[in-house]
Design a protein around this ligand. Structure first.
Ligand SMILES: [Zn+2]
Length: 205
């Protein structure tokens, strides 16, 4: 006995979410059917608004309401210091912790399953363009201290080869394998203060 078509469509839509299997999709769909009509309507509107009203900043790649985003346009932030993160969640995490006053560069959209995820080629190209045009003097690599994060950091350093910029990596005073998005503000601040240089083509003066 099949579910009615509208319910079946909802289940199929939910099943497309990362980490959601057929059983979970069914549970979520049935939960929505049991909830007040207003809640379901609010969910539908929130879904549509989040998808239709946000876009990616053409400078840093973060999720934003307008482009360039407010961080990229903020004159009070240090434009010569750019923190490279894997996704929008890390930007959100760092901004809530208030430990960084430079700008960001987002490598991925952040919703793909992490396994096998690689920085978008466009993101690497635009980062190189920023260093060339905006006078960036330091790139802080804040990708996760795991295999994927280290791989991403390597791709970034390759993409920036030959440019006059210092590359630093966040300090490792944090539990191995901990992703940025899970760190407490204080630990994050320490990781920033202790960041170390991994390569530089700058001449010291
Ligand atoms: Zn931006």
């Amino acid at each position: 006995m099949a579910f009615p078509a509208p319910l079946q469509r909802l289940i199929q839509a939910l099943e497309k979410f990362p980490g959601v299997g057929a059983r979970s999709a069914e549970r979520m769909a049935l939960y929505i059917l049991r909830s007040p009509v207003e809640d379901a309507a609010d969910l539908a509107v929130a879904l549509r608004d989040a998808r239709m009203e946000t876009l990616r900043c053409e400078v840093c790649g973060n999720i934003t309401l307008r482009t360039p985003c407010s961080i990229c346009e903020d004159e009070n932030r240090d434009e010569t210091l750019v923190c490279v993160v894997e996704g929008p969640r890390e930007v959100e995490r760092m901004e809530s912790a208030g430990v960084f006053d430079g700008r960001y560069h987002v490598l991925m959209e952040g919703f793909a399953p992490r396994e096998g995820a690689e920085p978008e080629p466009d993101a690497l190209r635009s980062l190189r363009g920023r260093v060339e045009k905006e006078g960036v003097r330091e790139i802080v690599l804040a990708t996760a201290p795991d295999r994927e994060g280290e791989g991403a950091a390597l791709l970034v350093s390759e993409a920036l080869e030959g440019l006059d910029v210092t590359l630093t990596r966040l300090a490792r005073g944090v539990p191995v394998g901990t992703r940025l998005e899970y760190l407490h503000g204080e630990i994050l601040a320490d990781a920033f203060k202790g960041r170390r240089e991994i390569s530089s083509s700058r001449s010291t003066s």
